[in-house]
Design a binder for this molecule. Sequence first.
Ligand code: SF4
Length: 217
Amino acid sequence: MGSYDGPVKQTNEALGANIAKALLANGYKSAVYAATAEEARALAAALIPDGCTVGVPGTVTVREVGLIEKLAEKKCKVFHHWDPALTSETKPGRLKDENSADWFVTSSNAITVDGCMVNIDGTGNRVAGMAWGTGKILFIIGLNKVERDLERAIARARNVATPPNTVRVGMTTPCVKLGYCVDCKSPERSCRAILILERVPFGREAHVVLVGQKLGY
Ligand code: SF4
């Protein structure tokens, strides 16, 4: 049997290049396409200087590309709150450290072809770090998160990204059983703040690596 991957790779390259162009027009300092997670990790590691501090909020993508391990090799101090040793007393301090690091490295729940990002948050720390911070920010985004427009991007964030994230943290919201969002009134509801990044906020240096494979939720 022959390989049918070629057309997919070519389409992904075209999509990645077009979104990167839109992101540059939206104020991102750099926006590049990487075909694989390995390439994305190398590009991210080349951007982030050795020895700096890096905040990593709740993101499956950044972990899937192996960037945390790579940053440790680069002697970076990584702050992240998916640490089982944290307690209710120590976690708030860790969240502050994440958001005040030299770099904030995250993904996005969805991105439109014209370079707008949509993110839903429960605690608000992740969207806060995306909207404002003194450090530089890097987004690593798999092309599985691309949508044509904002309406579909918001729908993706609710119906595709949030249900598995809710399962991951052990909640029992309706989307856990249904597999899609019903805009619930559950006290455990994890959708509490939505950020639409239409452009890079004033004064922020922001970078994006788009990846031609499925990453994160
Ligand atoms: S609003 Fe409720 S049902 Fe919808 S995705 Fe969020 S937690 Fe799930």
